[in-house]
Design a protein around this ligand. Structure first.
Ligand SMILES: *Cc1c(COP(=O)(O)O)cnc(C)c1O
Length: 385
């Protein structure tokens, strides 16, 4: 019997070793990993430079209190500021914690309380993260929820009219591609309405880049695909290429809200995490690397569209290397079959197969993965006819 809380329904695959796109289980079976720990190892597993940086740091110093100067944090923060719309960074340990920090920052900086988020969004499992998340199933049994959240339909530019009279809006928070909610990219008209609403209400714009950031969509951050001026950006998943770390990145004007004693964490910005972040960003933020990730994303989408032509596949969508295949029915059987065929993929809701290969994936690996997907979907369609 397991001594773990059964908070996950786990697949019976225990990974022993991993490099790049390929992982190996305890039985020596290998898989192409198009999950990468859920958009975490964007440089592939055990990237040489990140591994080397963490190994070196292990022998110098692991952890010091945030009451001391930290040059590794300064360096990582400067990189994030240089490559984003933000100026100031707070490091934490996870995505939910980053969103928690963003919501605290927005309320304190504006003196207002309400936060607007969207249906089918996902912002994490802490109390603020759950409250921000527009999915009831995440909240069931955990009430009462944190107050002050409004939920609007995603991708509906007219949705904001229901809040026309509301004056107490601290922030609007959204993903530019809803990841967990089914891989739904935002429409430009919707994004324009978001920005207009924030300007009119003098509300801060928080972009949750936890899944879309760090090159995943073919740009450093997903909001760069649009004409958007975020005040706060949250990052985590891909930030340390597998080392647990998160970040709240904000505009300089918000600095007065986060003063000594106002917010903090023991582990956030730990030396080992910062070694991983600095090495990760060194590669990911190179324009040629991002360009190549974008090209591979287009290649993968084009391959999927030309190969997956049967009636079971309803739509192929996404940005960069965050791609969803919407199917006509449940995909859990196909995902299990793909594991047997040596390809690891995720669901995003019951009917969507989500692909999150590393940004370093090769075109050969993409072609192999697409043919496995084609076989598994065709086998499934044949059984269900
Ligand atoms: C994964 C995710 C989170 C939560 O991150 P954790 O590190 O699991 O707490 C929040 N927002 C988005 C968009 C995510 O994809």
């Amino acid at each position: 019997m397991s001594s773990l809380f059964q908070t996950y329904s786990r697949w019976p695959i225990d990974i022993k070793k991993a490099k790049g796109t390929v992982v190996e289980d305890q039985n020596g079976k290998t898989y192409l990993d198009f999950i990468q720990g859920i958009a975490v190892s964007n440089l592939g597993h055990c990237d040489d430079a990140v591994t080397e940086a963490v190994k070196e740091q292990l022998d110098s110093v692991w952890h010091v209190s945030n009451l001391f100067d930290n040059s590794l944090q300064e360096k990582a923060a400067a990189k994030l500021a240089e490559h984003s719309a933000g100026d100031l960074v707070f490091f934490c340990n996870s995505g939910a914690e980053a969103n928690e920090g963003a919501i605290k920052l927005a309320r304190k900086a504006t003196g207002k309380t309400k936060i607007v988020t969207f249906n089918q969004s996902f912002h994490g499992r802490t109390y603020a993260g759950m409250a921000a998340t527009g999915q009831d199933k995440i909240k069931t049994g955990f009430g009462p929820m944190l107050e002050g959240f409004h939920y609007l339909p995603y991708n509906d530019p007219s949705a904001f009219s229901t809040l026309a009279e509301e004056e107490d809006i601290a922030a609007v928070m959204l993903e530019t591609v809803q990841g967990e909610g089914g891989v739904h990219p935002a429409d430009p008209e919707f994004i324009a309405a978001v920005q207009t609403f924030c300007n009119e209400k003098q509300a801060l714009l928080i972009i949750d880049e936890i899944q879309t950031g760090i090159g995943r969509t073919g740009k450093a951050f997903g909001y760069e695909h649009f004409d958007l001026k975020p005040d706060i950006i949250t990052a985590a998943k891909g930030l340390g290429n597998g080392f647990p770390v998160g970040a709240v990145i904000g505009k300089k004007k918000l600095g007065e809200a986060f003063t000594p004693g106002s917010h903090g964490t023991t582990f956030g910005g730990n030396k080992l995490a910062m070694a991983a972040v600095n090495a990760t960003l060194q590669t990911v933020f190179q324009p040629e690397f991002l360009q190549e990730a974008a090209d591979k994303g287009r290649f993968l989408q084009a391959q999927l569209k030309s190969e997956l032509t049967g009636p079971f596949v309803k739509q192929i969508r996404g940005k960069g290397l965050l791609i969803g295949i919407e199917c006509a029915g449940p995909v859990s059987g196909i995902i299990g079959d793909l594991q047997v065929r040596g390809l690891l993929v995720l669901p995003a809701g019951p009917n969507v197969i989500r692909l999150l290969p590393p940004l370093t994936v090769s075109k050969e690996e993409i072609t192999t993965a697409v043919s496995k997907l084609k076989e598994a979907i065709e086998a499934h369609s044949a059984v269900n006819q």
